[in-house]
Structure formats: C-alpha cells, structure tokens
Design a protein around this ligand. Structure first.
Ligand code: GDP
Ligand code: GDP
Length: 455
C-alpha cells in the first residue's frame, strides 16, 4: 500500500498483474487438409503461410499468442501430421482431444466442399463428450456458391456452421467475433499451477534422450503412487516420487512411458505433450544428450520452458558415453546455443548407470527457491539507487532517462516493473537484469523486467 501511495504521487498507475489469470485458450481442430493452418495464419495475420504441401512435415510450435478486437487469447493449433499414414484417424482424435483438454473453446474446421467424412464424425463424437463450447467453421466457402454446402453441415449437430474462406479471409472476422464472445475473460482450464502439495516437475526433452530411463531410475525401489489428477480426462497421470526425503510430483509421466508413435506426427505429439506438461509444472528438467550435438529441437524445448516461465534444470544425460573430445565441443555448444539460459543449473547424469542422478534434487530445489523468490521493495530500490548512481544511463540527445522506482509485481517466476522518466535502452536493461541476477541470485529461474514510462 505504501508502494501504491508512492506510485500515485509519482503519477503512475500499476496494473493488478497478480490478479490477472492466464489468457483464454482457443483450439483449432479438424482432420488434415481442411485448412486449419491456413486459418491459424489468417488469425495470426501472417503473410507467409506455414502451410506445407510436403507430407510428413511437422511443426512443433503448437500454441500462439493471438489478439482480436483488443482481446488476448492463446491459439492452439493441431495440424502437422501426415494425412495418409496408418492409424491416422484415431491419432487425429487423440491429438484433437489433447488440444481440446487444453482449451476453453474449440473451433472445429470442416471442409464444406467435401462435406463431413468419417474422421470428422469421430472428432465430433469426441467433442460432444467434452461439453466445451464448439464453433463449427465450414471452410473453403470462397464465394456465395459455397453457402449451400456449408448449410449441410447443420447435420453435424453442432449448431450453426460459420462459413469461412481461410484462404481469402471471407467470414473469418465473424467467426472470430463469435469465438471472442464465447471465450471467458481468463482461462478456466484446470491446467494451471496448483498451490501447495508436492512440487511439480515436468521431465521434458526430445524423443530418445532418456526420459523414461531416468524416470525408471528415479522411481527405483522407492514407494510410488500413481494417481489420476481430478478433472482431467485423458492420460495426464502423474507419479509421486520420493527423492531426497521429499515427495515430488512428476507430471504427465504417462506421456513419457507411453511408447512414442514411430509414425509421422510423433514429433508433433511430443511437442504437444511437452507444452501440456510445462503448463502444469513448476520446474522443468530438460534432458539433453551429452554425447550428441545439441539439436534445434533441444534448444526449442529449452526456450519453450523458459518462455512458459518455468524454473529450469538442464540435465545432460548419457554422460557414460562421453569422451574428452566431445566434452570440449559440448562446452562450446552450450556457450553458443544455450547462452539465453546460462542461469539454469546443469547436472551431468547417466540414466543408465544412475550416475549423479541424486544431484537433480538440489538443482531443482535451488531453481524453485529462486522461482518463488520475492525481493522486498525497499531492498530492490536500495539496489537500484546504488546501481544507477554508479552506472547512470547514458545521455541520449541531451536526455537521461531515470529509474524512479522499481517493484517486484510477481513471483513464480519473478517479474519486476521499473518506473522510469524515459525509455531505457535495451543494453542498459540487459545490464540491470545481469546485476539483478548477480545481486539477488536467480539461478534456475527466468526473470522479467518491464518498464513503465511516465508521460
Ligand atoms: P490443414 O492440414 O487442416 O492445416 O490444412 P491446410 O491449411 O494445410 O490447407 C490444406 C489445403 O487447403 C491447402 O492447399 C490450402 O491452400 C487449402 N485451403 C485452405 N483454406 C482454403 C479456403 O478457404 N479455400 C480454398 N479454396 N482452399 C483452402
Ligand atoms: P525417451 O524417449 O526420452 O523416453 O528415451 P528412453 O529412456 O527410451 O531412452 C532412449 C535410449 O537411450 C534407450 O535405448 C536407453 O537405453 C538409452 N539411454 C537412456 N539413458 C542412457 C544413458 O544414460 N546412457 C546410455 N548409454 N544410454 C541411455
């Protein structure tokens, strides 16, 4: 309250960031080739379409930040699998279901020019069970002539078909207006971080890095409880594992233990699993293969965990296979590709031999402690005062922006707002972040610093 009074006198308004929940989630589902990617690109306002004609091409980015009429939401895309692989229909149903479980509202895309197929019917059946609002998009209605075909989709029993042309944009605005009016203000999906109880860990990493091997090693002969999380329908089964005298909840281990589909679409599925596990976790243990070059996919998973705002521990697995030469290159690769998460603790382990697996626990504890950390406003401002006195912002065009006041508006992960009298250069902001980390010790957690500039 004192902070607030001070801000009032300085003429700032501070948003109630903590009260603000997660953005509502809109999922786009449907069988391949109905135009989901085209619609996603249209909604995101992208010029270059990600639409691929190459079969088997997978995209592993599955959720995007989107905005329509001033309302922010998260868009979940479910495209990206090969349309003529075996067992495809059931896989589509499963993938759609995962997306629907993550979503507040669903857009089912159907190709109006071909009419509903058996696969469409299967997805519709699944959607009925979910009891979530569904908006039916009758796509590829490029002109008036298509309207009649769109009307036939009333037969799916999902209410009014909204005829659109994802390709040309026709009808998309109306569809989005409808979606926005149905979406809640903040997400009501129960996948968010729960308070209390054992700390929640997501074990993530690309296929074959050794996730299930590590899980088995950690479980060992310890007492294991498998329990179904209330309110979720499919699979996210967690395992409670006792490590270092404490219980830890490893989330969605069913997704790890289920043998990965070898067919195409597996990468996509793995990415989706990673995202849902991250949503529910507090700390991510990202598994990487020490003896293999870091891949783009590895880096992407690390980045996704950081962007999701999770505490992070990097675990370099298969250390038993490492030789001196590889060790040298590994250090270089880490410096080059993982510089943006240089703050994450690293442990070198072997899931196979059990080497140093016990070191995961103190690393997770440190990361979580810092993730939870709150810097008292007084201490923060004393720090800022000293920092600015010793290293003032460079003068630019006769002006020198000043930091008037700073406060930590959130933890888990820590977020700071600096109230300033002008725009702080990116270089200066990076400097502040570096000093914040050095001074307060944020090992293992992402932190965010934003500015509010006084008019
Ligand atoms: P997805 O597999 O459901 O993501 O489908 P895509 O977005 O990849 O689209 C499949 C094909 O349908 C592509 O060749 C698109 O150009 C085409 N397509 C998508 N939307 C429309 C549309 O509104 N009208 C027409 N005529 N073609 C479309
Ligand atoms: P996941 O797909 O990430 O769950 O990976 P798995 O646990 O199935 O492991 C993939 C392969 O790597 C298996 O053949 C494991 O035996 C092997 N593996 C896992 N951890 C290690 C390790 O620390 N050292 C060695 N040499 N092999 C490992």
């Amino acid at each position: 309250d004192e902070d607030r009074a001070l801000l009032d006198t300085l003429g700032f308004e501070i948003e109630e960031e903590e009260a603000h929940g997660a953005d509502p989630v809109l999922a786009i589902v449907g069988r391949p080739n109905v135009g989901k990617s085209t619609l996603v690109n249209r909604i995101l306002g992208r010029r270059e379409a990600v639409v691929e004609d190459v079969p088997g091409v997978t995209r592993d980015r599955v959720s995007y930040r989107a905005e329509w009429n001033g309302k922010d939401f998260t868009l979940v895309d479910t495209g990206g699998w090969d349309s003529d692989s075996k067992g495809m229909a059931s896989r589509i149903a499963i993938q759609s279901e995962v997306a629907v479980d993550m979503a507040d509202t669903v857009v089912l895309v159907v190709d109006a020019t071909t009419g509903p197929t058996a696969t469409d019917e299967m997805v519709v059946k699944m959607l009925r069970k979910k009891k979530k609002p569904v908006i039916l998009a009758a796509n590829k209605v490029d002109d008036e002539r298509g309207e009649l075909m769109a009307a036939e989709l009333w037969g799916l029993g999902l209410g009014q078909p909204w005829s659109v042309s994802a390709l040309h944009g026709r009808g998309v605005a109306d569809l989005l207006d409808e979606a926005i009016s149905v979406l809640p203000e903040v997400s009501e999906v129960e996948t968010r971080i729960e308070e209390g109880g054992p700390r929640r860990v997501a074990l993530v990493g690309r296929p074959n890095v050794g996730k299930s091997s590590l899980l088995n090693k950690l479980v060992g002969s310890e007492r294991v409880l498998v329990d179904n999380v209330a309110g979720t329908t499919r699979d996210p089964v967690d395992e409670l594992i006792e490590l270092g005298g404490k219980q830890w909840r490893f989330v969605d281990t069913a997704g790890i233990r289920r043998r990965a589909h070898q067919a195409s679409g597996a990468d996509f599925y793995a990415a989706l699993r990673t995202q849902t596990a991250l949503e529910r976790a507090e700390v991510a243990v990202v598994l990487l293969e020490a003896q293999e070059p870091l891949s783009e996919q590895d880096v992407r998973i690390v980045t996704t965990a950081a962007e999701a705002g999770r505490a992070i521990v990097l675990a370099f697995n298969k250390w038993d296979l490492l030789d001196e030469e590889r060790r040298y290159y590994l250090e270089r690769e880490i410096e080059r590709d993982l510089a943006h998460v240089a703050w994450a603790p690293r442990v070198n382990i072997s899931a196979k031999t059990g080497r140093h697996a016990e070191k995961l626990v103190p690393a997770m504890e440190t990361a979580l402690e810092n993730w939870d950390k709150r810097i008292p406003t007084g201490r923060l401002n004393a720090f800022l005062g000293e920092l600015v006195a010793a290293n003032p912002h460079p003068v630019r065009g006769g002006k020198q922006p000043r930091i008037l006041f700073g406060t930590q508006v959130q933890s888990r992960p820590p977020k700071f707002v600096l109230f300033t009298s002008g725009f702080l250069e990116p270089g200066y902001r990076r400097f502040i972040i570096r000093r914040l980390r050095e001074t307060f010790g944020f090992e293992g957690t992402p932190i965010e610093v934003s500015m509010r500039i006084r008019e």
